[in-house]
Design a protein around this ligand. Structure first.
Ligand code: HEM
Ligand code: HEM
Length: 222
């Protein structure tokens, strides 16, 4: 019998769409408008979002918790052999790995940005604290290797989402909008009541405050 499962709680969905907007805004502000101050500001917002997602991975709804991501080699192999037999509502093993790598690539891009210099009057807040060798390494990673890796991973993500939607006819995008999936087998639902949402507001506020204090300690103009 089909059942309606709450898979993505509201905080996870807001995190996802805010990340999409902040990442796009950060890239557009540097590549289209060449506005480094806004490029960095959107980067700082991404820092708050990432640290929130890290904490939410321990205390968030059932399917947002990292312990419920299926990352073992055995599960990945089983999924690759028979994807149709996968009956869990959350990320499948390939999706779980892809999310971890995506978050890691965004984190690396962010850290490298903090140590980058554009040779035209703008430099990240870490640059006065590291050697010029590290600044040029960070800038090289940020503007070359890291940029292309992240772009490739986002492209892969969109291709995977399109494949599930158009070929496999699984409404994953609808689930990332409404939070719900219809499942043929019993699955736990993610808690998403008022108190969980208020906890997320509190945690995001704390993550933003910590990001702000760290930037101020580094004498950053925000
Ligand atoms: C800059 C672009 C994007 C980034 C960086 C991104 C990042 C992510 C991340 C980190 C997750 C994991 C969510 C979590 O567990 O916290 C995720 C999941 C997801 N994203 Fe995106 N996303 C992007 C664009 C999009 C777009 C444009 C769509 C839809 C049109 C989309 C649809 C989805 C869906 C459906 C999932 C859930 C996949 C599943 O059920 O396993 N994403 N994305
Ligand atoms: C995840 C967040 C970020 C993303 C996705 C990102 C992405 C990018 C991209 C695509 C470029 C253009 C590279 C090119 O010229 O082709 C760039 C340049 C740059 N970014 Fe970021 N960035 C992020 C965060 C930051 C942060 C937080 C800072 C510093 C506060 C920063 C500092 C710089 C600098 C200095 C450049 C110019 C380097 C140059 O022109 O030589 N970025 N970034």
């Amino acid at each position: 019998m089909n059942s309606l499962v709450k898979v993505w709680d509201l905080p996870t969905r807001l995190f996802h769409w805010a990340l999409v907007l902040a990442l796009s805004a950060s890239v557009i502000s540097v590549l289209v408008f060449e506005h480094m101050v806004w490029h960095a500001r959107f980067g700082y917002l991404i820092a708050s979002l990432l640290s929130f997602r890290l904490v939410w991975g321990f205390v968030g709804g059932y399917w947002s918790r990292f312990v419920n991501f299926k990352l073992s080699f055995k599960d990945s192999l089983a999924y690759l052999r028979q994807p149709a037999h996968w009956v869990r509502a959350g990320h499948n093993p390939l999706g779980s790995w892809s999310v971890i790598v995506m978050l890691l690539l965004i984190f690396l891009q962010l850290i490298a940005g903090l140590g980058s210099d554009d040779d035209a009057g703008f430099s990240g807040p870490l640059t006065p604290h590291i050697s010029s060798t590290w600044v040029s390494l960070a800038t090289r990673y940020h503007t070359d290797v890291g940029k292309w890796l992240l772009l490739f991973w986002v492209f892969l993500h969109l291709a995977a989402v399109a494949h599930h939607a158009l070929i496999k006819k699984k409404p994953l995008v609808k689930a990332m909008l409404s939070g719900y999936r219809v499942m043929a087998h019993a699955n736990p639902s993610s808690a998403d009541a008022g108190k969980h949402r208020w906890l997320a507001v509190l945690l995001f506020s704390i993550c933003s405050a910590i990001t702000y204090v760290c930037l101020k300690l580094l004498d950053t103009q925000i």
